[in-house]
Design a protein around this ligand. Sequence first.
Ligand code: HSE
Length: 470
Amino acid sequence: MAFASDEVGNYPKVGVGLAGFGSVGAGVYKHLQRNRRLLAERLGIELTVRRIVVRDASKKREPQPPRELFVSHWRELIADPEVQIVVELIGGVEEAFALVTDALRAGKIVVTANKALLAEHGQEIFKLAESKGVPVLFEAAVAGGIPIIKAVQEGFIGNRIESAHGIINGTCNYILTRMANERGLTYQAALAEASALGYAEADPTLDVSGWDAAHKAIILASLAYGFWVPPGDVYVHGIQGITAEDFVHAKRLGYNIKLLAILKAHADGAVEVRVHPTMIPHDHLLAEVDGVFNGILLWGDVVGETLFYGRGAGQDATSSAVLSDLAQAATDLIRDNEPNRFRPHGLYGRCLPIEQIRSEYYLRLSVKDQPGVLAGVAGILANRQIGISSVLQPPPMYPSNIPNPTASPEDLPALPAADSTGTHQHVDLILMLHFATHRQITEALEEISRLPYVSSDPKPALIHVEHLPE
Ligand code: HSE
């Protein structure tokens, strides 16, 4: 809905330069025009696009900005005295780094949606911004339209962030949701569907490897814990190894599988920052965040648990976050406020190496169905002080006749009587394991993999299990 009149009163103007006019750039431009008066009346400031960097000025666009706004290189945008806020939307890392640092050196405020840039160069960028006294705003870099950056920087400023569990990659969440909801759907088929629908990039590696979520986790963790988390200290595992059978077993055990970014603070100042497929109780609200949506469950020591839900990507959601940064930047500029900035502090300062991180686990083995197998596997686990909380040997008809995972557990086929054929066919053996360190479990798994009755095709699979704060 628009105002009856789009006439904007006589407010001070702040000039915006858009470096990039792809999907997000066009969205920002469109919504700045659409909500021009609303923003002006709320802020008492008029945001005006002064320059837009495009490769081909003659190309037809929707919306179509006036041709005189177009420039062909971002240096022209930085050089323009009428541009006070530079919006970096070119993506990639090296050129974006040059653009952002040049803009800061020129005293321009920077707004960016570039999570890879901040994850890799955040420390240098924020140091430069500090020395120049200009802010860098990045609400759009994490979870698209969900205002999680503002929440951590402002809403929860009086909290220690005990933990955060985030579904912050829509592509992976779409793939995993489809595998959870359609019987027997393979990872490859779900990925092909995500690509056909335009959710997955032409090269989906950054998404499915977990690194897109890891970049966002690094940004969130750095804000929450006051030191810039080195990407090399983050444990990242993608979703490529998840099978249709894992979803069936998870369902039977009362779980759903999500790619989670997990942050946890320890009392001694160490923090966990990790991204991996995770089994979470199927009746938890986070387990119901489906499709391309994002969800973040954040626990503060004062506020308790909070849950954020919304679109983590796409033109409109990302534009909404950029508009919020533009409004913040313009207000600070005109009112001469101390800009919001990355504030390091000394309460935390190191990441716990993955080997020392404790978790519960789901372990899937393909084993010969013969006496002594369970005892052999359990013996190795017992020797390493790893407890078993439950064991499942599903019917050997899997995966050729995978029951519908959306069926209630009672509707799943009964477990079969012991195989009487004597052929020792391979069956899945699922063990749910009590807390153990990553080192304990990986060493145990190496030993288990060497057992003669444990198949290497499919390989043993390990999935973390989290019982989330309620
Ligand atoms: N490709 C990301 C996702 C969006 O699927 O969530 C941009 O980070």
